[in-house]
Design a protein around this ligand. Structure first.
Ligand SMILES: [Cu+2]
Length: 115
């Protein structure tokens, strides 16, 4: 079971869906044409500060709200915005776009995985 999980995670990372584990800086792109965040999942380490560099590449502004991580109604525009987080609790935090940005808005989501 563990091997299967590790293999699946490696495959996901190879496809660029998950940011490298435990980086100090992570770029997160909000794409208003594909209605997706890239990477779709970001790995964070409990107790370690990570600066998230949010930037919109197309379309209307997007937003994220993950209060458990200190991401409080962040507006993501083309100018970009940085948020430094220091997760206190391990877990998986689902985040959906908080600003109605177009036809694919309801599918626009990402995850933060704290270990
Ligand atoms: Cu949206």
């Amino acid at each position: 079971m563990k091997t299967l999980t590790a293999t699946a995670l490696f495959a996901t990372i190879a496809l660029g869906a998950v940011a490298p584990a435990f980086a100090n800086d992570v770029n997160v792109e909000a794409n208003g044409q594909t209605f997706a965040f890239k990477p779709a999942a970001v790995m964070l380490k409990k107790g370690q500060s990570t600066t998230l560099h949010f930037k919109a590449t197309a379309g209307a502004p997007h937003g994220l709200n993950v209060p458990e991580l200190g991401i409080n109604n962040v507006v993501i525009a083309q100018a970009g915005t940085n948020v430094t987080v220091t997760p206190k609790k391990a877990g998986t935090y689902d985040a959906h776009c908080t600003i109605v940005c177009g036809a694919g808005h309801s599918h626009m989501a990402m995850k933060f995985i704290v270990k």
